[in-house]
Write a protein that binds this ligand. Sequence first.
Ligand SMILES: Cc1ncc(COP(=O)(O)O)c(C=O)c1O
Length: 396
Amino acid sequence: MTATFYDRVSAELSDIDAQGLTKPERVIASRQGPVIKVGGRDVLNFCANNYLGLAGDERVTRAGIEAQEKWGAGTASVRFICGTLEIHKELERAIADYLGFEDTILFAAAFDANGGIFEPLFGADDAIVSDSLNHASIIDGVRLCKAKRYRFANSEMDDLEAQLKQARADGAKEIIIATDGVFSMDGYVAKLKDIRALADKYDALIMVDDCHATGFLGPKGRGSYAHHGVEVDFVTGTFGKALGGAMGGFICARAKVVALLKQRARPYLFSNALAPAVCGSSLEAIRIAGGSEGDVLRKQLFANAARYRGAMAEAGFTLLPGEHPIIPVMLGDAKLAQDFAARALELGVYVIGFSFPVVPRGQARIRTQMSAAHTFEQIDQTVAAFTTAGRELGVI
Ligand SMILES: Cc1ncc(COP(=O)(O)O)c(C=O)c1O
C-alpha cells in the first residue's frame, strides 16, 4: 500500500527538479557574515538578512553565551507552565520599548507570531483584509482564523478601499488590514500612510509584519510604520534578521491585546519558551540597534545599497526599484536564476536563485541583500563577478 505513496513523493521530487525548481541547501562552514566559507573557500555573501551585520557579531554572540551559562539551554516548558524566565520578561520589555508599544508576546519564530495573531482576536463576524503578496505565514495565520477573508492586489490602494467597502457592506464587526511592512521578495515598502488613512475612513485596525524593517527602517530603525510616521495596532517581527539573526518572533501591541494573546495564541500556549541564548543575543542586538551605533550601521547599510544599485544598473541589470537593502536582480527564468547563482559562486559570490513558489512563475530572480557589514570593495567585487556571469549567460 505505502509503496504508492513513496512513488508519488519520488515523482514529485523529479518533477520539481525537471522544472529547475529544486532548492539546494549549500552548507556553510563558518559564522554568518559578509564573508563565509563554502565548499572549502571564502566567498562573499550577498543573500543574508543580516542587515546590520549583527549576526556573528562578537558582542551579540557573547551575550548569547552568557545568557546560556546563566539560564541553561532552555526551560523544558512552555511559558505558562514553568517556562517564563526573567530574561524573557526583559526581552519583552526591551522590544516593546524599542518599537514604542505597551507590551510584547514572544514566539519561537515570526512564522508562529503570524500564525497565532488572528485566530484568538477575530471571529466569524469579523473581516481580515490582506495584501496579496503577504508572507506565507500571514496567509497561513489568516487561514486558521474564522474571520471572513478579503484580498487586495499588492499595494493597490483602490483595491484595498474596494475590499474595505465590501467588508463593511457584508456587515463585518471588526476589520483588520494585514500587510507586510516590507514585501520580502521585492523590497517594496508598504504604503502605510495611505493604509492608515483608509483604516481611519473604514474604522479598521492595522497589523504590520515588519520582519524586513525592524532594526533598520525609519527613525532608530523602529520599522516601516515609523518610516511613514504612522501608528498601527499590531506589529509582528523577528529576531532572526536585523536583530542578531538568531531566531524568535514577537507581536507588539496594547497590553490588553498581549494579555489576551497569552491566554489564547496557540503557538504560544503549545510550544517551548524561547531559548535563553536567543534572548541574550537578541537583547544585545536591540541595545546596539537602538543606540548611536545603530545610527552609524543604518547609514552604512543604505550607503551600501545605493552603491550596489547604482553599479548594477550601470552594468545593465534589471533591478526592482527602491531604496531598501533587498535588491532583486530580475532574470525571469528559474533555470537561468539557478545557473546565475551557480556561476556567481564559482566567481566567489554566494547568492541564491529565487523561483516559484517563492516568487510568481516567470519572475525568477537573484534576491541580493545588503548588509552594513559589507565594504564598498566587496560590493564592487560582487558587481564585477555578476557582470562576468551576466555576460556569459546572456543576461546583459
Ligand atoms: C515577511 C516575513 N514574515 C515572517 C517571516 C518568518 O520569520 P521567522 O524566520 O522568524 O519565522 C519571514 C522570514 O522569512 C518574513 O520574511
